[in-house]
Design a protein around this ligand. Structure first.
Ligand code: URA
Length: 432
């Protein structure tokens, strides 16, 4: 039997722990045999000392073992592919990628999370669709992926319970932003979900966990190593989160933008990310296509309407109405107008995320309810030239008071300059 205080001391002093010690610690904590204060101290020791590759794998493995696992590939008798984003502002990528991949004949079954703070969650966005059921049983989930080709549901309560407990503890002990802990948290959920191959979208910038490209590289490499140790293929895209992704931030607004993108009418940055992600998933799948052929398949699925048909089939199968006109609409739409001329040099992702949060599009605490209709649409983005009087953004609000407050926040998120900024790609690097 391990002695937690001894493990904390050894980690504090920079020693490497064995896989068995880490497993007993994590499982003991999940069974309530190890108190929160000891786990909190252990996390802080990890925060300062880090974990080796072997320790990070042991932590991931123990977290997977803390709950149920799903073997989607065996159930479907096909290889299963999955994607995950480390989270950002305006990130509705899975909602557009899923139907494209499904239209190309690759099953897409995904469990997603809810948002907290300035980042949104895919499940909250899907709940903006009238009637959409996020809670299917595992049998219903598998049957829908088999018959319709796509399902996206909320994470079941018993999938990696250790992560739920540890994440909540990290959130209140200043131990969230550690590469090993983030890598183990993300990969444990992907491995428990049964993916054979995984595309990871590591966001970089002011609206992301990883503020610099070097930190994003470290996280990507840690997750690729965890994939290799688990016999899974992992591709990591490092993508820009210095400004919101696409134009729309807010649940129903993002669903509308995802549908437009599936039809080939989305904003450039978001469309490029969606198609690049879909192409990686198809190239990793059992279709036996290379990256170039995969991209062509994804482009064609958008152009010929088969991705839109897959979207409509999917939403109906989960009880929802796929017509964008059925989405809730905000009572007040206020334009945010530029006072001067120039080029947009900065459009702060966090600031726009906070404006949407204050409008009611997200939760400040887990108990908060969401207003699905509200949010921000950024009409101008970094690099766009604006003149005085041009509309920079739209605020969609429940009432005039919240619209006025959000409009001021949105205006402050825009910085105009005289020089055109250097163009910045949405996909900054791809590794794995
Ligand atoms: N996303 C996760 O799922 N876990 C983390 O620790 C950070 C981002």
């Amino acid at each position: 039997m391990i002695r937690p205080a001894e493990l904390i001391e050894r980690k504090r002093d920079g020693e490497e722990l064995s896989a068995e010690e880490i497993r007993e610690l994590v499982l003991g904590y999940t069974r309530d045999e190890i108190p929160e204060y000891q786990m909190a101290a252990f996390l802080m020791a990890v925060y300062f000392r880090g974990l080796s590759g072997a320790e990070t794998f042991a932590l991931t493995d123990a977290m997977v073992a803390s709950g149920e696992t799903i073997d989607l590939g065996t159930a479907l008798e096909r290889m299963s592919v999955d994607k995950h984003s480390t989270g950002g502002v305006g990130d509705k990528t899975s909602i557009a990628v899923g139907p494209i991949v499904a239209a190309c004949g690759v099953p897409f079954g995904k469990m997603s999370g809810r948002g907290l703070g300035h980042t949104g969650g895919t499940i909250d966005k899907l709940e903006a669709i009238p009637g959409y059921r996020v809670e299917l049983t595992i049998d219903e989930f598998i049957a829908q992926v088999r018959e319709i080709g796509i399902a996206i549901i909320g994470q079941t309560a018993n999938l990696v319970p250790a992560d739920k407990r540890l994440y909540a503890l990290r959130d209140v002990t200043a131990t969230v932003d550690n590469v090993s802990l983030i890598a183990a948290s993300i990969m444990s959920k992907k491995l428990a979900g049964g993916a054979d191959a995984i595309v990871l979208d590591v966001k970089v910038g002011d609206g992301a966990f990883m503020k610099t490209i070097d930190d994003a590289h470290m996280l990507a490499e840690a997750m690729i190593e965890l994939g290799a140790r688990s016999g899974r293929k992992v591709v990591c895209m490092l993508t820009d989160m210095d400004q919101p992704l696409g134009r729309a931030v807010g649940n129903a607004l993002e669903i509308r933008e995802a549908v437009a993108t599936i039809k080939g009418e989305g904003p450039d940055d978001f469309s490029e990310l969606v198609l690049a992600s879909a192409a990686h998933l198809l190239a990793l799948s059992d279709l036996s296509v290379d990256e170039f052929e995969a991209r062509k398949l994804a482009d064609d699925a958008v152009a010929d309407g088969s991705a839109l048909a897959a979207y409509e089939r999917w939403i109906r199968a989960q009880g929802g109405d796929p017509d964008p006109d059925a989405l809730p609409q905000a009572a007040v739409v206020r334009e945010v107008v530029s006072a001067g001329d120039g080029t947009v040099e900065r459009l702060g992702a966090i600031a726009i995320g906070h404006a949407a949060l204050h409008l009611g599009a997200g939760r400040r605490t887990k108990e908060d309810s969401i207003d699905y209709a509200v949010g921000v649409v950024c009409r101008k983005k970094r690099g766009d030239v604006v003149s005085a009087g041009d509309v920079l953004a739209e605020v969609h609000a429940a009432d005039e008071t919240s619209a006025a407050a959000a409009a001021a926040e949105v205006l402050a998120a825009y910085e105009l300059g005289s020089e055109p900024p250097r163009p910045r790609r949405i996909v900054l690097d791809t590794i794995g």
